[in-house]
Design a protein around this ligand. Structure first.
Ligand code: FES
Length: 350
């Protein structure tokens, strides 16, 4: 894991200020964010400060960015020390960031690390010729082509200790180098070349063009289009051999038996209520209002008894005050005298 401390005071510059050109660039970056959100520009400004300072961030640059954004210095220091993209110590002309996370580690990053230690010494130190410094960092997002390093702004992938050492020799000598895979892979295609989508006609337009031409020719001759061999034809064949249970009314109007309701009878020109039903309704023998009431309970008032006899409860008249409950003293006296309050009558169903 990378050491994220500021460089010793002996290596820190006395001050830092953006050049006029970079100060203008910083203002434009800050203006991208809404009022009160200027702190969002902290990473671009730190990046520009690092670039101006020869590839590393001194303490004074961190403080200058904090002042520019109106942020506490500690907040900007937190950002600068969190991201390994910000170098906190002087770096060589070529700053090597070696990925040491699991995919790269299991593909040979340890051997690369051993080679760098042997050639350059411990990480965080600039080589004697000033050309190189290195740092182990976490995943740089090129795991498919592990192991890999980032040197300044570029990725170099599919490395071996030998190929990395050769790469460093070429960089130091100013010879042209190839970025990306050092094994000849294109992007992150499989080792040994692509194994799928290898048909050239998929990409040169000839496959689509041939189909269009056949359809155009068929249309001109008034014939039937060529047999469909695609997905639709496949689905049709499958439906013929393995039919699925149908849902008859799925999405379709279905004739259902009409209910025998008065409104429907009226709509059909019939008598809404059948004469036999009407006669049954008028027969007192069919009325529940005249069913024999339950006997009133012991202790029921005369009104309650009368209501029970008529099969329903009567609402009290509005101008008659409701009956007051017994005073508590009387109830207690009744309890002490061994008598109990009369039970409430059962509610009569209407
Ligand atoms: S693990 Fe090395 S790039 Fe992701």
């Amino acid at each position: 894991m990378a050491n994220r401390r500021l460089a010793p005071a002996s290596e820190q510059p006395q001050d830092f200020a953006f050049t006029p050109e970079n100060a203008e660039w910083a203002k434009n970056q800050i203006a991208k964010y809404p009022e009160g959100r200027q702190a969002s520009a902290v990473i671009p400004l730190l990046w520009k400060a690092q670039e101006q300072n020869g590839g590393w961030l001194p303490q004074k640059a961190i403080e200058a960015v904090a002042a520019e954004l109106g942020m506490p210095k500690i907040r900007v220091l937190e950002v600068a020390t969190f991201y390994t993209m910000f170098a906190l110590e002087p770096v060589g002309r070529f700053w090597i960031q070696l990925c040491g996370t699991v995919p790269c580690d299991s593909c040979g990053a340890r051997e690369l690390k051993g080679m760098l230690q042997k050639r350059l010494g411990p990480s965080g130190h600039v080589s004697a010729d000033g050309n190189f410094s290195w740092l182990e960092v976490e995943c740089l997002g090129a795991c498919c082509n592990a192991p890999m390093v980032q040197i300044n702004q570029d990725y170099y992938e599919d490395l071996t200790p030998e190929s990395l050492s050769q790469l460093m020799d070429d960089l130091a000598a100013g010879r042209p180098v190839k970025v990306g895979s050092q094994k000849g892979r294109t992007s992150s295609e499989p080792q040994g070349g692509a194994t799928t989508l290898t048909d050239e006609t998929l990409f040169d337009g000839s496959r689509v063009g041939a189909w269009r031409k056949r359809f155009e020719q068929t249309g001109e001759q008034g014939g039937t289009p060529p047999a469909d061999t695609g997905e639709a034809a496949s689905a049709g064949r499958q439906a013929a051999t393995t039919p699925k249970p149908a849902k008859p009314d799925a999405g379709r109007p279905v004739e259902r038996k009409a209910s025998d309701a008065p409104a429907q009878r009226a709509a059909g020109g019939e008598e809404p209520v059948k004469p036999s039903d009407r006669a049954g309704a008028a027969d007192p023998g069919h009325s529940t209002a005249h069913e024999t009431p339950a006997p009133a309970p012991e202790g029921a008032t005369a009104g309650e008894k009368a209501a029970g006899e008529h099969g329903h409860q009567t609402a009290p008249a509005r101008d008659v005050p409701p009956q007051q409950p017994d005073a508590s003293g009387e109830s207690e006296a009744a309890v002490e005298g061994g008598t109990s309050a009369p039970a409430a009558p059962p509610r009569t169903e209407q």
